[in-house]
Design a protein around this ligand. Sequence first.
Ligand code: ADP
Ligand code: ZN
Length: 613
Amino acid sequence: MAILVRNLLIYFIISFIFFISGLIYHLETRLPQKDYSDLLNDIENTLVSELTVKDDVVQVTMSDGDQYMTVVQEPAYLVSNWHAGSIRVSYRKDYTEILFFGIGLVFSVSLLLVSWLSLRVKDEQTPASVFANERLITPGAELQQITFDDVAGIPEAKEELLEIVGFLKNPERYNEIGATTPKGVLLQGPPGTGKTLLARAVAGEAAVPFYSFSGSDFVEMFVGVGASRVRDLFGEAKKQAPCIVFIDEIDAVGASRKTSSSDGNDERGQTLNALLVEMDGFSPSDNIVVMAATNRPDILDPALKRSGRFDRQITIVPPDVKGRKKILSVHSSKVKISPGVDLDDIAVMTSGFTGAELASLVNEAALLAARQGKNAIDQEDFDQAHDRILLGVERKGMVITERDKRVLAFHEAGHAIIAKLLPDSDPVHKITIIPRGRALGQTQQLPINERQAYSKQYLKNRITTLMGGRAAEELVFGVQTTGSQSDIQQATDLATNMVCKWGMSEHLGPQVYIVDDGDFLGPTNRRLAMSSETENQVDEDIRNLLDGCYSEAVSILSHERLFLSVLADILMQVETIDGEEFDIIYSCSLKKKYEFQMEDETPEACEVNVLQA
Ligand code: ADP
Ligand code: ZN
């Protein structure tokens, strides 16, 4: 598009120059104007030697060579009426208007021709010059190579991409064995979490060319252009293989055809179809890996995620405190930092910051230091930069206030403690208060698997665990927050299924009261017809089940009030606790060894204390 716009602009400027110079020429050749009576006078006094009539303008040449012009209503009448015969009279047609009209016509035609041609040429050209924002970064280019060392704080994502790097480095080996590597990798996560950086690092590590596009490049005003660009792009990529094609903001083309406004025949739909066709079209031996990034995975067309397309999805979340420290180290290694600065402190105070925000924090601090003529960045610069970023940037709900963070920490601690203390429940895998997707925090256990048989007790424990979040909030702060929404939803679903599907109610017995009308989009339960007493009993049983579990959660947590506070405090500081660390903290709690210093209250510190005890 940019090429087309540039061409149009150039032609516009050229025509404009022509127009202006024509105008100047026209103005310059203009003669002084005089009145009709002056002309009559001059003719009377035989001062006129020649008259040139153009329409209603008469150009007068005097005997002494001077010229002027006069507008005459009826030149023919004038000419036929004067008596002296010594004046030459000639009639001219005025061509200037025709000339200007002609130039205009020629230019508009050539304009159309050129825009048509540039569209055509674009189809045949390599895409290298077609896209405005496209960048082809070839290995060894003067561009600074980005490697995995530049990406910090997201070890899981790096781990997953190592396989892609291995494949791109040595595709023959993979192809010989017949191992299928993913064609497409979808990186999903909030803006600024390093998705682009990661994709470039994969290219850098594997030393292969990197084509980078933005999804919005494909969405054009002309129907069919986007689709043809997709084909160009893949055609070119095949020539450069092994290589990486990176499509940023893939949601611009890949939004669900169902949710986008028109019927799928629109430009975006065609582009998406072309993309799907291309991805299906190349084989693993073409050695192309398509990487795409989005921060709206929810609106992506499910067809994109089907196998053979973007079947590998990697979710990238804002880093936790350890990750932030690592990202800060990466970025501060490029600037001068005074020895007094403690990156740990900065990592703690930047809760919720993304990698991009941490990068700009370091840069902002460097700017502040430079402005004040300092030799190195000190803590004060970081503090100021931090405030500036917090105030200046719209936080989009990513950063939570200290109080909200506390409530969240207690909420998650509540889940975890109940999961730990109830017998026969899944081990806690990870506890985090880093916002992830739509959920604020998370306590991970293994998910319910429909194909497995669960005992009634297990399910009740599960509901109690879900209630643990709300129970902790109530117990400690006496507040109820919306943070429990999905917990309550899950608990209600479980309780409903227990009563209505799995025959686990004492009053109602083993009978089915609801059926699942859902399709592939998800389950939708419908209650079967039943008497109103039964209906009431169903409601009552579900409510009793939920209420009972909630009370149990409250009672467990009030017994473990101290453990709850300690765990919440630790969570506030380290933000993520994995299963192993949680076990250590738990064993501390058993020995009631809480006297470790709050400042470095990490699970490791606790472990040291336990060992010493
Ligand atoms: P996204 O594509 O997810 O919006 P980017 O990859 O464009 O984010 O990140 C923008 C910048 O932020 C990067 O160029 C880098 O300087 C910094 N950044 C983001 N994440 C990280 C990270 N994990 N490690 C180091 N730097 C990061
Ligand atoms: Zn919860």
